[in-house]
Design a protein around this ligand. Structure first.
Ligand code: ADP
Length: 507
């Protein structure tokens, strides 16, 4: 294990269940990598710790090797060995933890959805902290994400800080309050936490029952900084409906809680250098965009008769949060309005997957609709590049990245005004918004009528005047959704927290 500490900036360790592109399920993976790269560019020493999954894309890791030390970590009354791998992912130093536990925690062929997820990730959280501790690192910030690594916050303060490993402040980011990591209280003991001490209403006790604990609640209580992924969502989760039972905890800890809009990784998502797409293009030269549209239509066996027929894209996990009934409606509405629709989506929910398989079969030989029910990163780039419009009718959306990626590729978003969509998409017809910010079509009510009317306005705008449409495409492509300003906000939070800690250590 190597000791770092020569960087003039902060030493920041991210502990997470995902990082793009090696281990990505959704936005969390994008955010961890994008934020870390931006922080590194600002001169900070950034390191990442993730599990070594059997299903991750190891070929995207440079110089992957096993360290010749074994880190032992506690679980269920015993010590277990962990093999530690290190490698570089897009310039970022990453540690991969491979537990030698008989339950083979990360050798399951999938990232999530196992019966023992709570155990797997509580083990990982403990092992990750143990790695940082045993390596003798003295980070200024340990940043954990979502319930899977929320254990880090109470573990750090209750177990590690008392051993003198207390250089760090803890930052916790909740990417989605829908997933809170609840379990019978007794399960918390496995990673070494004290159940009696933590199973209290003001600490980790879940609101649903006296004998259940809630890991996200624990991280809110035990972290120095708590963030979520957009200002609007930060407001929404303070309400009873949005907070999913954590609204009171968030209100109590309001002084350390803030919403920061995610950015996108503008290297990964760059139409002028993207090697996944057929022809590269940029806002000043949109010919390549038309070529990509043509290529995707041919590849998917869609009609290419009318080059100007608008193509509507949708790339999403198919889960209730994303408004699946509205996505289905958007397919039919697109056909009615004379467009083409391409959906790339996969669902962990069997009844939704089945429903969309039915729709896919129904449209199998239709020249204007294609549903691809899988996860496919390369294909996602092609669809962003090929589409003219992009639909995101979410019921709730903590931040949402697809609207920002779509805009970067010149696809104009049609979104429901919720969470981060409300902070990044502003309606073309909204006179209360300065013209330079208007970049899409929005609707408020989560119903078919509201979506239909936004789609009608979008199609009308598209069909009316190609030159005005082209100006809109160029405008959305030039908008800045990079991590620069969001990473600066995280940097400020980190620095304030570190300064407070140093001041109180001196006092
Ligand atoms: P969430 O994190 O809720 O899934 P986000 O909008 O924050 O939603 O992030 C979604 C990310 O996952 C984007 O990068 C999007 O391109 C990608 N994505 C979603 N579904 C698929 C899919 N079926 N195939 C490829 N990429 C997908």
């Amino acid at each position: 294990l190597t000791l770092h500490g020569t960087s003039p900036g902060l030493h920041i360790v991210h502990i997470a269940a995902e990082m793009a592109p090696v281990a990505k399920v959704g936005g969390l993976g994008d955010v961890v990598s994008g934020l870390c790269k931006a922080l590194q560019r600002k001169g900070h020493l950034v390191e990442i710790v993730v599990p070594k999954y059997d299903c991750m894309n190891c070929e995207l890791i440079t110089d992957l090797k096993v360290l010749d030390v074994v880190v032992q970590s506690y679980f269920d009354g015993q010590q277990f060995n962990n093999k530690i791998w290190v490698g570089t992912v897009e310039g970022l130093p990453v540690y991969f933890i491979e537990p030698h536990h008989p339950a083979r925690f990360f050798l399951r062929g999938q990232y999530y959805g196992e019966h023992d997820d709570f155990k797997r990730f509580s083990f990982f959280s403990r092992a990750a902290l143990e790695l940082v501790y045993q390596a003798g690192k003295k980070p200024d910030i340990i940043h954990c994400h979502d319930w899977q690594t929320a254990f880090v916050a109470p573990l750090y303060w209750d177990i590690y800080a008392t051993r003198g490993f207390d250089s760090a402040r803890i930052c916790f980011t909740c990417h989605n309050f829908e997933y809170q990591g609840t379990a019978p209280a007794s399960e918390l003991a496995s990673c070494g936490l004290d159940v009696d001490h933590l199973n209290r209403p003001d600490r980790m006790q879940d609101r649903s029952a006296h004998d259940r604990i809630n890991t996200v609640k624990g991280a809110i209580v035990y972290s120095n900084i708590v963030t979520t992924v957009s200002p609007t969502y930060a407001q929404e989760v303070r309400s009873a409906e949005g907070g999913r039972g954590l609204n009171d905890t968030l209100k109590f800890h309001a002084r350390k809680f803030v919403g920061i809009l995610n950015g996108i990784d503008t290297d990964t998502w760059n139409p002028s250098s993207d090697s996944f797409i057929r022809v590269q293009y940029n806002a000043d030269d949109l010919q390549g965009k038309a070529a990509n549209k043509d290529a995707v239509r041919k590849h998917m066996n869609l009609s290419t008769k009318d080059a100007s027929q608008p193509l509507v894209g949708c790339i999403t996990r198919l889960v209730p949060q994303k408004g699946v009934h509205l996505i289905r409606h958007a397919i039919y509405k697109t056909l009615e309005l004379g467009g083409q629709f391409v959906l790339l989506g996969s669902s962990p929910v069997p009844y939704i997957q089945r429903e969309f398989e039915g729709i896919a079969n129904h449209f199998q030989s239709n020249p204007h609709v294609r549903l691809l029910l899988k996860y496919d990163d390369a294909l996602s780039h092609l669809i962003y590049a090929a589409s003219d419009l992009f639909v995101i009718p979410s019921i709730f959306e903590p931040c949402g990245l697809t609207q920002m990626i779509a805009m970067r590729y010149g696809s104009v978003p049609i979104v429901r005004k919720t969470g981060g969509l409300n902070d990044s998409v502003f309606d073309i017809d909204d006179k209360t918004i300065p013209v330079q910010f208007r970049n899409g079509f929005t609707f408020v009510k989560p119903d078919e009528q509201a979506l239909s009317s936004a789609m009608e306005r979008a199609f009308k705008y598209y069909n009316q005047n190609p030159e005005i449409w082209q100006q809109l495409v160029q405008k959305v492509m030039r908008m800045d959704f990079s991590w620069d300003s969001s990473a600066a906000q995280y940097e400020e939070l980190y620095e304030m927290s570190v300064a407070r800690a140093r001041a109180s250590a001196r006092a």
